[in-house]
Design a protein around this ligand. Sequence first.
Ligand SMILES: [Zn+2]
Length: 218
Amino acid sequence: MTASLYLKQVELGPMGNYIYFVGDRNTREVAVVDPAWEVDRIVGVAQENDLTISKILITHSHFDHINGVEDLLNRTRARVYIHKAEAEFMRAVWPDLVKVESGDTTTLGDVEITFIHTPGHTPGSQCFLVQNTLVSGDTLFIGACGRCDLPGSSPEDMYASLTQKLMQLDERTLVFPGHNYAQKPYSTIGDEKRSNPYLQFQSLQDFLRRGMGIVKLT
Ligand SMILES: [Zn+2]
C-alpha cells in the first residue's frame, strides 16, 4: 500500500513564492519546503491542519526561499536539508544541517521523499520527488525555467538538469514550482514538455543560442 501523501501549497511574500507542506496524511508529520516571508502564517497553517513540522527542505539558497528558516528553527525542532553544493555556495551556518546528494531520501511518517540535484539556477539547486509529485523550486516553472544569468548559475547545467533528469520523469508527474508565475498553480511533466517554450530546444547549442534561462524571473 502506498503511504498517503499530504501536500499543501501556500503563496507568501511579495515575489509570489510558493511554500509547501509535504508529508504523511495519516501521521501529520511534514516538512516545510523553502520557508520564507511569513513564518507566523507557516506556523499557523501547521496548527490549523494539525501538522508537526519535523524537517525544512531547501530547494536553493536565494533569499526569497530561505528568509524564514532561522525564525522557523527557533519555533520548531526541525532539521534543515540542503544539497551539499548549495551549503558550500551559501556558506550555510544553520545548526544541525543535513547535507544531501542526488538520490538520497528522507521520510515523513511513511512517505518517502527523493532529492534530485538539478544545478543550473544555482550550483546546489534541488527538486523533491514524492510519489507522482515533483516540487521543482526555481529549476522548472510552469511555462519557464529558472534564470541562469545569476552568480553561481550555469545554463549548461540547467540544460542537463532539464533533459537528463526532469524530462525523464513519468509524464504524469505533477509539477509544483517555486513561484506563482502562471495562470495555474501546478502542471505535469507531460504538459510542460509539450507547451513550455523553454523546453522546446533541439540541442544545448539551441538552448544557449536562444537565451533560454535568461529571463526576467527570480
Ligand atoms: Zn532563485
